[in-house]
Design a protein around this ligand. Structure first.
Ligand code: TXA
Ligand code: MG
Length: 328
């Protein structure tokens, strides 16, 4: 029997019994549990095969709950929350003492957001505790944007996927941390960089080289979502700014193409997906992971992905494509 269900009261019952439930958000599906339940949080790490040094995001029903989670809110954090919540913005702030170390990987900061999905907002408002929820995928693989993606990853390893339809935004939240009360981007995401800068001015992007190639086991990056190999399909993936030219290099291979707007006429391509025929970046973002899931299921030798224009959401898409291609 399918674990997919639209029954919010069933999700409330399971979560109240310290079980793990996959939940919809506007970005990607999350694997959720009571932040105060050691059993539930351990089950999340175990199910994902996620290393314990990688902390979780706390999901709250409203900005009014923020002060029960964090101990200090810089002015710019407040402006960002006022502008983007509910929505795909995660703030990393000093934690309240009550937040368990298991959630924060022992750090004195905690990541928190108010997701913008009607089903999950309803769920959160019916629970007496916040939900910790990493993306509902095995560690390093592509994040799920439909209930079916989650089911195909975990089958009966979890009891329920709360179905909220396909995720509207389609890539993870933008994560912003603070140093001396000044914001820094830890992870590009569903909000275009320009839209954030319109609120708080110029904002630096945390240096990715924090994940040294040598000595990987010892690296504890500020936001391990920034690990190079992340969001990756199993199929070898390469990036291209000239697909027709690059096709020549892979003669005799089973090739899939992921392109932005314009299709490429070439008989070497077995399967081609266009992310937005009208050149709309938001549409392309929302379809990105489903397209990677589809291409990855076709038993191809190689996926060639077109590099996006490097502004707006294109910048976030390029960030994910680079990670998908890493190591290939
Ligand atoms: O859109 C999203 O953010 C989704 C949905 C389900 O909300 N969640 C998500 O969670 O992407 P996850 O666990 O896949 O990514 C969370 C990222 C990780 O890279 C983690 O390292 C970072 O947030 N993070 C969490 N707590 C942190 C902290 N205290 N300091 C720095 N980074 C933190
Ligand atoms: Mg993730």
């Amino acid at each position: 029997m399918s674990i997919i269900s639209k029954d919010i009261s069933k999700a409330v019952a399971l979560l109240s019994k310290e079980e793990v439930v996959a939940i919809p958000t506007e970005t990607v599906y999350g694997l959720a549990g009571n932040i105060y339940s050691e059993k539930a949080i351990n089950a999340i790490f175990e199910t994902k095969k996620r290393p314990f040094f990688n902390p979780l995001i706390v999901h709250i029903p409203s900005a009014e709950n923020l002060e029960s989670i964090v101990s200090h809110v810089p002015e710019k954090a407040k402006q960002l929350a006022d502008t983007f919540w509910p929505g795909p913005l995660t703030l990393v702030l000093p934690k309240q003492e009550c937040i368990p170390d298991l959630i924060t990987a022992g750090k004195d900061t905690v990541a928190v957001r108010v997701p913008n999905h009607p089903t999950t907002l309803q769920l959160l408002s019916q629970l007496p505790f916040p939900l910790a929820a990493p993306s509902a995928n095995p560690f390093s693989s592509i994040s799920p944007t439909t209930a079916q993606h989650v089911e195909s990853y975990f089958q009966d390893k979890i009891k329920m996927v709360l179905d909220g339809g396909p995720c509207k935004n389609g890539i993870e939240s933008t994560i912003i941390g603070f140093e001396n009360d000044m914001p820094i981007i830890y992870r590009l995401g569903s909000i275009a960089l320009e839209d954030i800068e319109a609120v708080v001015g110029n904002i630096p992007i945390k240096n990715k080289s924090e994940t040294p190639k040598r000595n990987k086991a010892k690296s504890h990056p500020e936001a391990p979502g920034m690990l190079d190999k992340h969001y990756a399909p199993a199929t070898m993936t390469i990036l291209s700014d000239n697909i027709s030219e690059d096709l020549k290099k892979y003669n005799g291979k089973r090739i899939g193409v992921l392109a932005f707007q314009n299709s490429i006429e070439n008989s070497r391509i077995l399967h081609q997906i266009l992310l937005s025929k009208t050149g709309n970046m938001a549409e392309a973002t929302s379809k990105l992971y489903d397209a990677l899931h589809q291409l990855d299921s076709l038993n191809l030798d190689i996926i060639i992905a077109e590099i996006f224009p490097d502004y707006g959401l294109g910048k976030s898409i390029n960030d994910r494509l680079k990670r998908a291609a890493h190591g290939s």
